[in-house]
Ligand binder design. Structure first.
Ligand code: F6R
Ligand code: MG
Ligand code: MG
Length: 367
């Protein structure tokens, strides 16, 4: 019987070029060089390095399972090495997401975002990896709901016998540090009670009803780890496709509707999520609008055949246009909600420091 393959996507912002808008080629080269030698030494089966905005994305396949210390150390050391490159070039925010001085066994809780899944590779294994910039972990809730539970999006839920039973969602309460599972379609309304609140309840994973993993997302929220604002979480998400899972087109379809996510300018504003090819994942206007890229791969004994840059397709032009129209409209609100995040969420930005200065100026309203 074939051994399981593990797909690990580990990412961090270790320096932006220019500002927080994109990635310098030297960082990509450094990461590729190091993963190339890890592959030569058979530590990993294969890899792909890319960027979304100012985030360095390490995509790796291996046989070590999820949460493997050696794989996490490899990623951590690459982020450290790339931080050095960023420092030499005086890139912006060098080492920004490395919240700890030394590696402590698992990069989770140390700043980087992580999505990993282990599975038996099927006869053919199409995978889509989503990566976003200028947003946060809850950004996948709406698309993951549509892909795996909304028959208006995913025709296979109705038509395909292999998907008709629905899926199981694993939802994390990232503030309460708890998790819960919901079966859909039976418990769809219960699921939506929680995942509609994207700042707190985050879809961590989706499984077929037989338990096989279908999707995994990163749920790291930097502010909750660091206890203060240290930039946005810029999440990633892996989705398996075709056969018993939704078709590639069903996985991509939710992104034709640029939904509104948090994380634009200073992590303090809502804006529409724009689906773009990797070369356009360079948020510049008002440090945005937030971007999402989708890379498609076929796995072949762990080899990453690809990528195909899935949003590099005129079929997404209209979504990008709509996104620009929505961005204009949101921007016209200036400093006002609902462009700006509500006060509870601003707690995790730099605004409280400004508010503290005005603390003493407040006085009682006379009766
Ligand atoms: C948003 C983001 C940027 C920065 C902004 C200020 O997620 O990363 O909008 O918040 O450019 O950056 P600093 O505070 O580093 O000058
Ligand atoms: Mg940055
Ligand atoms: Mg970023």
């Amino acid at each position: 019987m074939a051994e399981n393959v593990t797909l690990s996507v580990i990412k961090a912002d270790v320096g932006g070029y220019v500002g927080h808008s994109a990635m310098h080629g030297d960082l990509l080269e450094e990461a590729k060089r190091r993963l190339g030698s890890a592959r030569t030494q058979n530590q990993i089966l294969d890899f792909h390095v890319t960027s979304c905005g100012d985030d360095l994305e390490l995509i790796m396949t291996h046989r070590q399972g999820v949460d493997n210390q050696a794989i996490h150390l490899l990623a951590w050391e690459i982020f450290e090495a790339c931080t050095e490159v960023a420092r030499r070039l005086k890139l912006y925010g060098a080492g920004q997401d490395l919240l700890a001085d030394a590696f402590s066994g698992n990069v989770k809780g140390m700043g980087p975002g992580v999505a990993e899944m282990e599975f038996k590779e099927r006869q053919s294994e199409p995978i889509i990896i989503f990566m976003a910039d200028k947003t946060s972990a809850g950004a996948w809730n709406l698309p993951l709901y549509k892909v795996f539970a909304d028959p208006a999006n995913t025709a296979g839920l109705i038509i395909a016998p292999s998907m008709h039973d629905g899926f199981r969602y694993e939802v994390h309460d990232v503030k309460g540090k708890k998790r819960i599972f919901f079966d859909t379609p039976e418990e769809l309304y219960d699921l939506l009670v929680f995942i509609g609140a994207t700042g707190r309840y985050i879809v961590k994973a989706v499984y077929a009803k037989d338990g096989e993993v279908a999707a995994v997302s990163s749920t790291q929220r930097l502010a909750l780890i660091a206890g203060k604002y240290v930039g946005k979480d810029d999440p990633v998400c892996i989705v398996r496709s075709q056969g018993k899972f939704p078709a590639v087109g069903e996985v991509l379809e939710p992104f034709t509707m640029p939904h509104i996510v948090e994380g634009w300018m200073r992590g303090s504003h809502y804006g529409p999520l724009m689906p773009v090819p990797v070369r356009q994942a360079t948020p510049s206007r008002f440090d945005g609008p937030p971007r999402v890229v989708a890379l498609g791969f076929q796995l072949a004994e762990g080899r990453l055949v690809g990528p195909r840059d899935m949003f590099d397709d005129p079929a997404f032009d209209k979504a990008r246009q709509l996104c620009n129209d929505l961005a204009d409209h949101m921007r016209r609100h200036g400093a006002f909600e609902p462009h700006r995040l509500p006060m509870e969420e601003m707690e995790y930005t730099t605004l409280p420091q400004v508010m503290d200065k005005l603390q003493g100026r407040w006085e009682e309203i006379p009766d």
